[in-house]
Design a protein around this ligand. Structure first.
Ligand SMILES: *[C@@H]1O[C@H](CO)[C@@H](O)[C@H](O)[C@H]1NC(C)=O
Ligand SMILES: *[C@@H]1O[C@H](CO)[C@@H](O)[C@H](O)[C@H]1NC(C)=O
Ligand SMILES: *[C@@H]1O[C@H](CO)[C@@H](O)[C@H](O)[C@H]1NC(C)=O
Ligand SMILES: *[C@@H]1O[C@H](CO)[C@@H](O)[C@H](O)[C@H]1NC(C)=O
Length: 788
C-alpha cells in the first residue's frame, strides 16, 4: 500500500463526519496551555510560551483536474477547535491562487475551486490558512500552510513527434527484421495510474509488418517480401494509453516503409532468338546491333555482363557490354564474306555482375539467347590473286614480251568482268603496258638494268560494269642482269717507266670495273692486245693485273711514250671485253727508281687535253720556233760579217713584240754597231722612235775607247738602259754585247732568259728540224746553218 493510498483512506475516514468532505481541523494539542495564534505571548507566570507543532496536521487537499460541473468544485474545509460555531471566527486563505482560483467561506472554512484546473498546467498549489477572531481580529490559530494537490485524470492522448516516418528495409528480409522504432509521448502523470502507459498497435500495414506493443519497434512480419511486387508500404501505428485498455486515449502515426533492392532476380532475355543483319563489307569493329536482357532488380543488382558462349560465329563476332544502357553490342571481329557464308549463329549469355550469395538458391543469375546474324551481299571490288606481285625479267628481252600476268576476280556472286590498267604515275617512262583483258604485263620499251633495277608498278583492276569498284595492287618488276657491258679500266692510267728499268719490273697495277652485276660476282681477265717485246701483263687473278717491263733499259730519246693496249674481258655470258690503253712515259730515274725527269712531250701532251688546248700549245711552239729561227739567222749573219753591219742588216735582227716598230726608216731605234764595235762610238743622236717627256741629257760617259774592259762597258750600258726613262719598250730585244763566234752562251738576249733549265732540252729543235731549216732558209740561213 503506497503512501497515497494510505492517505486517501485516511482522508475518507476523516471525511465521513462531514459528509465526506475534506476538512482540516485545527485541534488543540495535548498541551494544556491556551494556544494563542501569532507571535510568542508572555504568560502570567512570566514564562515565554513557544508555539508547538500539533501532533498531526492534515495539510494536504486533493483535487481532481478537469472538473466539468457547473458549480464551484468543493476542495475541503478548514476548521479550528476554537470555532464554537457562533460565527466569531473568520478563516482567511492566502497563497497560490488564493482568492481567485481558490476561495474560502470565511465563516465555514469551506474551500472551493472557482474553475477547471489542469494538472498538466500546474500540479501543486501551496496555500496558507489562518483563523482570526472576528471581533478582535486576532489570530486564534497560528497560520498553517497546506498544499492542494491536483489529481491526474487521463486527459492527454499519446502523441508521436513525427506525423510521418520514413524507413526502409531490404526486400526478402527474414521475418522479424527490425525496420524502425516509433515512440509516442503522453503528457499525463506517469507516476499515477495508467494515464501515461502507452501500448502500440498496428492499424494498417498488416500482414506485412508488426509492432512491438511495449517498445514501438516495427518489424517485418511476412517472409520473402518482394520489392519487385510492391516497393512502398504505408504502416499506421496507434499508441494508446491506459495500457491499451478500453477508454484509453490514442494517437497514430504513419510510417512509409520502402523495400530496398537485393539481387534476387536474374537477367532475362525477352526473346529467345534475336535476328541481326550486317553487310559483308562492314569493316572489323563495326557494331551490327545489340541484345538486351532485362533484370527486375535495380542499380548494380541489375548490372549485366554479356558474352558469347557458343555458336558457329564465335570467330567472326564479338560482344561488348555497354555500361550505360546495359546492352550487349555485337561487333564484327573478322572480315565477312557473303559469298562464303551467309548466316552465323551465336549463343549469347547475360550474367549479373553482382550476385548475392544469399540468393544463390534462387537459381543461376544468367540467361542465354540465340543471335542469328544474316550477312548481306554488297557489290565488292575485284580481288587480286595475290597481295603483291614480283616479276623478274632479263634486261635483254625484246620489246613487247609478256613479263608476267596479274589475276583478279570479282568476288560477288554475279561475277563481273574485270578490266586491268596500269597506274601511269608508277610508270612515267611508259616502259610497260598491260593487256586490259587478261592482266598480262608486257614491255613497250627496252629495259636496262644499269639504268633502273626496279620498276615498281601499280596495277588497277576495275569491274567493267561498275568501274568505281576498283582495287590496286603493287607489282614489283626486278630487271635481271645480262652481261651487256664490257669491263673497263677503273681509272685512267698514266704511268712511267724508268730508263734504267730491268726486265720484270712492276710499272703499274691495273684494275677494272663493269656496270653489270653477275650473280657470281665479277671476274676480269687481262691480256695484251698483241705480243709486245717491251712490256708484259700479269693477271693477278683477283680482278687486278700487273704491268711489267720486259726488256732492259728504255730511252726517252728513242721513244718517249709507249701506248700499251690492254684487253680486259669478263667471264659472263656473252663474254664482253674492251681494250684500254695505258700511257707509259719513259723517264729518267735515280738508282732507287724515283722519277727524275720525263719526256717533255709527255708532259706537254697529257692524253686528256682537248684539241683546243693542243692547238694552243702548237701555236706557242710555232711562235717559239719562229723566234729561234730568227735568231739562228741572226747568228749566221754574224758569222759572215762579224763587225761592220749595214743598217739594213740590222733591221732584220730586231724583233719586237708589242712595240710598234719604226718601220723601214727606224734605223736608230737601236744601234747595235756601237755595241759590236766600241770604237765606232759616235755622238749620241736623240732617238726618233719615242718623244722624250723630259729633256734627256745624254750621259754617255767618256769611256776609254780602246783599252776598256768589255765587262765594264757592258755593265755601264746595262745601267744606262735601266735608268733611261725613254728606253725602248720594255720587251724589246736588246743586245748588250757581242761575244763573237762560237760562244757557248751564244747570246745574252733577253729572249732566251729563263730557258736555261737543265731539264728542258730543246728536243723540239730536233723534232721540228725540217721545218726549222725551211724557216732558216727563208731568213737566208739555209742548210749550211744547221749547226746553229
Ligand atoms: C508516404 O507514402 C505516401 C503514399 O505512398 C506518399 O503519398 C507520401 O508522400 C509518403 N510520404 C513521405 C514523407 O515519403
Ligand atoms: C593476254 O592477251 C594478249 C593479247 O590478247 C595475249 O598476247 C597474251 O598471251 C594473253 N595472256 C595470257 C596469259 O593469256
Ligand atoms: C621497289 O621495290 C623494291 C622491293 O620492295 C625495293 O627494294 C626498291 O627500292 C623499290 N624501288 C623503288 C624505286 O621504289
Ligand atoms: C719496243 O721498243 C722499241 C724501242 O726500244 C720500239 O722500236 C718498238 O716499236 C717497241 N715495240 C712496241 C710493240 O711498242
Amino acid at each position: 500500500m503506497t503512501i497515497y493510498q494510505f492517505l486517501l483512506l485516511f482522508l475518507l475516514w476523516v471525511c465521513l463526519p462531514h459528509f465526506c468532505s475534506p476538512e482540516i481541523m485545527f485541534r488543540r494539542t495535548s498541551m494544556p496551555q491556551k494556544r494563542i495564534l501569532g507571535a510568542r505571548v508572555p504568560r502570567s507566570d512570566g514564562k515565554i510560551l513557544h508555539r508547538q507543532k500539533r501532533g498531526w496536521m492534515w495539510n494536504q487537499f486533493f483535487l481532481l483536474e478537469e472538473y466539468t460541473g457547473s458549480d464551484y468544485q468543493y476542495v475541503g474545509k478548514l476548521h479550528s477547535d476554537q470555532d464554537k460555531g457562533d460565527g466569531s471566527l473568520k478563516y482567511i486563505l492566502s497563497g497560490d491562487g488564493a482568492g481567485t482560483l481558490f476561495i474560502i467561506d470565511e465563516k465555514t472554512g469551506d474551500i472551493h475551486a472557482t474553475r477547471r484546473i489542469d494538472r498538466e498546467e500546474k500540479a501543486f498549489y501551496t496555500l496558507r490558512a489562518q483563523a482570526i477572531n472576528r471581533r478582535t481580529l486576532r489570530p486564534v490559530e497560528p497560520e498553517s500552510e497546506f498544499v492542494i494537490k491536483i489529481h491526474d485524470i487521463n486527459d492527454n492522448e499519446p502523441t508521436f513527434p513525427e506525423e510521418i516516418y520514413t524507413a526502409s528495409v531490404p526486400e526478402m528480409s527474414v521475418v522479424g527484421t527490425s525496420v524502425v522504432q516509433v515512440t509516442a509521448t503522453d503528457a499525463d502523470d506517469p507516476s499515477y495510474g495508467n494515464s501515461a502507459r502507452v501500448i502500440y498497435s498496428i492499424l494498417q500495414g498488416q500482414p506485412y509488418f508488426s509492432v512491438e506493443p511495449e517498445t514501438g519497434i516495427i518489424r517485418t512480419a511476412l517472409p520473402n517480401m518482394n520489392r519487385e511486387n510492391r516497393e512502398q508500404y504505408q504502416v499506421v501505428i496507434q499508441a494508446k494509453d491506459m495500457g491499451g485498455q478500453m477508454g484509453g486515449l490514442s494517437g497514430t502515426t504513419t510510417v512509409n516503409i520502402t523495400l530496398t533492392d537485393v539481387n534476387d532476380n536474374p537477367p532475362h532475355f525477352p526473346q529467345n532468338t534475336i535476328h541481326l543483319r550486317v553487310l559483308e563489307s562492314s569493316p572489323v569493329g563495326t557494331s551490327i546491333g545489340s541484345v538486351k536482357a532485362t533484370d527486375a532488380d535495380t542499380g548494380k543488382n541489375a548490372e549485366v555482363e554479356y558474352r558469347i558462349i557458343d555458336g558457329d560465329g564465335t570467330d567472326m563476332f564479338d560482344i561488348r557490354t555497354e555500361k550505360d544502357t546495359q546492352e550487349g553490342i555485337i561487333t564484327v571481329k573478322k572480315p565477312l564474306d557473303y559469298e562464303s557464308r551467309r548466316l552465323y549463329t551465336l549463343k549469347v549469355e547475360a550474367e549479373n555482375t553482382h550476385v548475392d550469395p544469399r540468393f544463390y538458391y534462387l537459381g543461376p543469375f544468367k540467361d542465354t539467347a540465340i543471335v542469328k546474324i544474316s550477312i548481306e551481299d554488297v557489290d565488292e571490288p575485284p580481288v587480286f590473286s595475290r597481295s603483291s606481285y614480283l616479276f623478274e625479267v632479263h634486261e635483254d628481252i625484246e620489246v613487247g614480251t609478256i613479263i608476267g600476268t596479274v589475276m583478279a576476280r570479282d568476288p560477288d556472286s554475279t561475277s563481273s568482268p574485270i578490266r586491268f590498267s596500269l597506274d601511269r604515275h608508277t610508270d612515267l617512262d611508259r616502259i610497260f603496258n598491260i593487256h586490259s583483258g587478261n592482266g598480262s604485263l608486257y614491255t613497250s620499251k627496252p629495259l636496262d638494268r644499269e639504268l633502273s633495277q626496279w620498276h615498281n608498278l601499280t596495277v588497277i583492276a576495275a569491274e567493267i560494269n561498275n568501274p568505281k569498284e576498283m582495287t590496286r595492287v603493287a607489282v614489283f618488276v626486278r630487271i635481271l642482269d645480262v652481261n651487256d657491258n664490257a669491263p673497263q679500266f677503273a681509272v685512267f692510267y698514266d704511268t712511267f717507266v724508268c730508263e734504267n728499268a730491268r726486265p720484270g719490273q712492276l710499272i703499274q697495277t691495273i684494275s677494272a670495273v663493269d656496270k653489270d652485276d653477275p650473280l657470281g660476282g665479277q671476274k676480269f681477265f687481262f691480256s695484251l692486245a698483241a705480243v709486245n717485246p717491251n712490256f708484259t701483263v700479269q693477271d693477278n687473278e683477283d680482278n687486278t693485273a700487273r704491268i711489267l717491263t720486259r726488256k732492259n733499259g728504255f730511252s726517252r730519246h728513242e721513244i718517249s711514250t709507249y701506248l700499251l693496249p690492254v684487253v680486259i674481258s669478263d667471264n659472263d655470258y656473252p663474254i664482253q671485253s674492251s681494250t684500254g690503253t695505258l700511257t707509259i712515259r719513259v723517264c729518267a730515274c735515280d738508282s732507287q727508281g724515283n722519277m727524275q725527269s720525263c719526256s717533255a712531250e709527255a708532259l706537254l701532251l697529257p692524253a686528256g687535253l682537248s684539241t683546243g688546248a693542243l692547238v694552243a700549245i702548237l701555236l706557242c711552239i710555232i711562235i717559239l720556233l719562229v723566234i729561234v729561227v730568227l735568231f739562228a739567222a741572226l747568228k749566221r749573219q754574224r758569222k759572215k760579217e762579224p763587225l761592220i753591219l749595214s743598217k739594213e742588216d740590222i733591221r732584220d735582227n730586231i724583233v719586237s713584240y708589242n712595240d710598234e716598230g719604226g718601220g723601214e726608216e727606224d734605223t736608230q731605234a737601236f744601234d747595235i754597231g756601237t755595241l759590236r764595235n766600241p770604237a765606232a762610238i759616235e755622238e749620241k743622236k736623240l732617238r726618233r722612235d719615242i718623244i722624250p717627256e723630259t729633256l734627256f741629257i745624254p750621259r754617255r760617259t767618256p769611256t776609254a775607247p780602246d783599252n776598256t774592259d768589255v765587262r765594264d762597258f757592258i755593265n755601264e750600258r746595262l745601267k744606262e738602259h735601266d735608268l733611261d726613262p725613254t728606253a725602248p719598250p720594255y720587251d724589246s730585244l736588246a743586245t748588250y754585247a757581242y761575244e763573237g763566234n762560237d760562244s757557248i752562251a751564244e747570246s745574252l738576249s733577253s729572249l732566251e732568259s729563263g730557258t736555261t733549265d737543265g731539264d728542258q732540252n730543246y728536243d723540239y729543235l730536233r723534232e721540228w728540224g725540217p721545218r726549222f731549216n725551211k724557216l732558216a732558209e727563208m731568213y737566208g740561213g739555209g742548210e749550211s746553218d744547221k749547226d746553229s
